[in-house]
Design a protein around this ligand. Structure first.
Ligand code: PEP
Length: 261
């Protein structure tokens, strides 16, 4: 059975001083059975958040990593630098694809680096509004996942068992609009079809697929009602303990129902 996962992406919010207390508040507010929790603060807050969460089972994630292992890349952070600070790392977030022009090949290279360092990758994918309106959403997302993971296969031989995919339609991120539960489930199935082609049906079936894009306490239940969707990557609402508390409660209900079969 796949885990139910809720991931907080704090983006470029919080400071080293206030991130630890917020992480503790969210950890307490989301303490429920059967749900894996990950908090991804900015780089400069990784150490205080890690320290603040000691003794809890909330994992810490980074929001990005460089595609090279080391070298003359001023201002960048390598996978090995994250060891001890983060057990997860988001890659391929649409804001980085948009602002840093990250390609699928580069994102795949980042996953290679994370695997080398023993850090679990959360690969983001998602279509633009025009692609959805043109009926190309599934094709676009499948192509993103395939292109990134083919880089990993070409260099490493196999895909990491702890891979998580976050499906985030770009038009839904930070806009207050969400996909429907049915659209998210259709995309999760399509992503698993691509994973099955790349690494076999068992790998695809075992890989969690999260939904992201304006998830709130109000919208989350629609996604958790879909057996193909295993949780959420949450941006704006993840900075609010009351929102995260309600999201965790919904996740726990879904996890319990899934455990019952
Ligand atoms: C995200 O940061 O991945 C995200 C989905 O943001 P938001 O929930 O604010 O749309």
């Amino acid at each position: 059975m796949r885990p139910v996962i809720i991931t907080a992406n704090w983006k470029m919010n919080t400071s080293p001083a206030d991130a630890g207390p917020l992480a503790v508040e969210i950890a307490k507010a989301t303490e429920v059975a059967g749900v894996s929790r990950i908090i991804c603060p900015p780089y400069v807050a990784l150490a205080p958040v890690k320290a603040a969460l000691a003794g809890t089972d909330v994992a810490v994630g980074a929001q990005n990593v460089h595609a090279e292992a080391k070298g003359a890349y001023t201002g960048e952070i390598s996978a090995s630098m994250l060891v001890g600070l983060a057990s997860w790392c988001i890659v391929g977030h649409s804001e980085r694809r948009r602002d840093q022009f990250e390609s699928d090949a580069l994102i795949g290279q980042k996953i290679v680096r994370l695997v080398e360092a023993g850090i679990m990758p959360m690969l983001c994918c998602g279509e633009q509004l025009e692609e959805r309106e043109a009926g190309a959403a599934v094709r676009t997302v499948q192509a993103q996942v395939k292109a990134a993971l083919e880089v990993v296969l070409a260099q490493g031989g196999s895909l990491p068992d702890d891979l998580v995919i976050a499906y985030e339609p770009v038009w839904a991120i930070g806009t207050g609009k969400t996909a429907s539960g049915a659209d998210a489930a259709e995309m999760a199935d399509a992503i698993r079809a691509t994973l099955a082609d790349l690494a076999g049906a068992a790998f695809a079936e075992a890989t969690p697929v999260l939904y992201g894009g304006s998830v709130t306490a109000d919208s989350f239940a629609e996604f958790m009602a879909e057996p193909a969707v295993d949780g959420a990557l949450i941006g704006g609402a993840s900075l609010k303990a009351d929102q995260m508390s309600a999201i965790a409660a919904t996740a726990a209900e879904a996890a319990a129902a899934r455990a019952m079969g």
